[in-house]
Design a protein around this ligand. Structure first.
Ligand SMILES: CC(C)(COP(=O)(O)OP(=O)(O)OC[C@H]1O[C@@H](n2cnc3c(N)ncnc32)[C@H](O)[C@@H]1OP(=O)(O)O)[C@@H](O)C(=O)NCCC(=O)NCCS
Length: 164
């Protein structure tokens, strides 16, 4: 399936935030309590913050279109000297069609261009679907982390790494 990958511009922030909400409510309903989903969406997909991220030359935000329809997005950044896929989300009706793989390949190209030997990501320990996908893409579990994100919430994650 042809996937058209384009940079996310600051003005795309509302569309990306809307898409994120739809995906999160579907993907995390059974994994993360609703108040924590609302808290994290407000924190990470605040329009002003997304606009800032899209304008930041040290962050790589990309959106994927299929037949002209926005189907998913990714956001990469440098975290403690490593190249990190910070966000990777595909619309529920468009999952398992290779769009995630296309975005990860695109992220890998950016990481290589930037001179990184590997890339990392964090994934909720209970997110089996994503862990399966990341394993398929060549990531392996490197670490476990429990991160206090404020509001009385924690993220209980695996850190996964893929050698480039
Ligand atoms: C995880 C995610 C990014 C993967 O992207 P995708 O486009 O759906 O996945 P791909 O088509 O690239 O599939 C890659 C592999 O992932 C695995 N996979 C993906 N979805 C799966 C599902 N629902 N059940 C089982 N395995 C699945 C499969 O191994 C698949 O390969 P296969 O179809 O050849 O067996 C996407 O499903 C998603 O956005 N999920 C919800 C949000 C989320 O959890 N994001 C990750 C946050 S860390």
């Amino acid at each position: 399936m042809p996937v058209d990958i384009r940079p996310i511009a600051p003005d795309d922030a509302p569309a990306i935030a809307r898409l994120a909400r739809e995906i999160w409510l579907d993907a995390y309903a059974e994994i993360i309590p609703q108040p924590q989903i609302d808290y994290m969406l407000a924190q990470r997909y605040d329009h002003a913050r997304l606009r800032g991220d899209a304008a930041d030359s040290q962050k790589w935000l990309r959106q994927a279109f299929v037949d002209g329809v926005l189907a998913g997005f990714t956001a990469c950044e440098i975290c403690h000297g490593e190249f990190k896929i910070d966000k990777l989300y595909i619309h529920p009706t468009m999952q398992r069609k290779g769009i995630g793989a296309a975005l990860v390949n695109h992220a890998a190209e950016i990481a290589r261009e930037q001179g990184f030997p590997s890339m990392i990501l964090s994934v909720n320990k209970q997110n089996e679907q994503a862990i399966r996908a990341y394993t398929q893409y060549g990531f392996r579990v490197r670490d476990k982390t429990v991160t206090d994100i404020g509001g009385g919430f924690v993220m209980d994650d695996f850190v996964m790494e893929k050698t480039l």
